[in-house]
Design a protein around this ligand. Structure first.
Ligand code: HSE
Length: 322
């Protein structure tokens, strides 16, 4: 058994506009920095409680103070129930919370994925990928109210992933190396539950047909190398028309991005972060600067690419630079 396990899971852009609840992209900053939460497990000091939970990182203070509400505790409880682990040797678990909560960057998914990846490794990898994804989605649904995989799957598996349930294996879609993704986070919180409550329960048939056509053209564009077709079809008739009212300045920012060389723009997950896709480094820098000045306020803007690895165990020097 390892005497210490640290796992990291990247931020992600859920929905990517065109695939509500079924598509998500794991992201990493192009400057090589980490952009996701990490969880470290080791044996606790003698005399400590059976489970010692601690938090650090930039957004640790925003975590719920009741440990029972924390996703790490929920992840461990569910894991133990699933595997029938009734007693615990003393365990210390530290969550390094580097993603803002309620940001639309897959913050809770990142914590859950890092936690369950680390817990599984600590206990000798008893669960396979499918088993872990199932558990991850259960913890996620205990927070957002519904099961959806669009942050969990990419954060765990890496890249652009299509996954609507575990009835079918997750599909990896190609993501062009030339596409950069800018994420602009306003320093406000939108709870996924609240952002879901503004959506209609049903949609007119013509909307369903248009959205299905866009998703099909997006995937066809990626597969055939017609990136202009793919980008043009990153559209959202399901959530964006109802959610943009929750995001001050979003409509104007999106218009600016599309008129100044951005290939596509939309709401990252359930917001308030917005994303923009750009295939030119100079334009990406210009748009990132504009978004920082005009959209993000006292939040942040990051210039990213696809994170093709997903969750991983950090060892040696990786631990020092995180
Ligand atoms: N896809 C979900 C939503 C979760 O938009 O409500 C956010 O990633």
């Amino acid at each position: 058994m390892n005497d210490k396990v640290t796992c990291y899971a990247p931020a992600s852009v859920g929905n990517l506009s065109v695939g509500f609840d079924l598509l998500g992209l794991a992201i990493e900053p192009i400057d090589g920095s980490y952009f996701g939460d990490r969880v470290t497990i080791c044996a606790a000091e003698k005399g400590a409680q059976a489970l010692q939970l601690s938090f650090d990182g930039q957004y640790a203070s925003a975590l719920p103070s009741d440990p029972a509400e924390n996703v790490v505790t929920r992840s461990l409880d569910l894991f133990r129930t699933q595997l029938g682990i009734s007693s615990l040797t003393r365990l210390s678990i530290q969550l390094t919370k580097s993603l803002p909560i309620g940001s639309g960057l897959g913050s809770s998914a990142s914590s859950i994925v890092a936690a369950l990846a680390a817990i599984n490794r600590w206990f000798g990898d008893p669960l396979d990928k499918r088993g872990l994804l199932e558990l991850m989605s259960k913890v996620e649904s205990s927070i957002s109210g519904e099961k959806h995989f669009d942050n969990i799957a990419p954060s765990y598996l890496g890249g652009l992933v299509l996954c609507d349930s575990l009835d079918a294996p997750p599909q990896f879609l190609s993501w062009p190396d030339s596409w950069q993704i800018i994420v602009a986070y306003q320093n406000t919180q939108v709870k996924t539950k609240d952002a879901r409550s503004v959506l209609p329960d049903s949609y007119p048939r013509n909307v369903l047909v248009k959205q299905a056509a866009s998703l099909a053209r997006f995937v066809h564009g990626l597969n055939s190398g017609d990136l202009e077709l793919a980008a043009r079809n990153i559209v959202d008739l399901v959530a964006e028309p109802y959610r943009e009212q929750l995001l001050p300045g979003f409509e104007q920012a999106k218009r600016h991005v599309l008129h100044h060389g951005g290939l596509a723009a939309g709401i990252s997950g359930s917001g308030p972060t917005m994303f923009a896709i750009v295939d030119n480094a100079e334009k990406a820098n210009e748009l990132a600067y504009w978004l920082k000045e005009n959209y993000a306020g006292d939040g942040f803007v990051k210039l990213c690419k696809a994170d093709r690895t997903g969750a991983r165990q950090l060892t040696g020097v990786e631990l020092e630079v995180h």
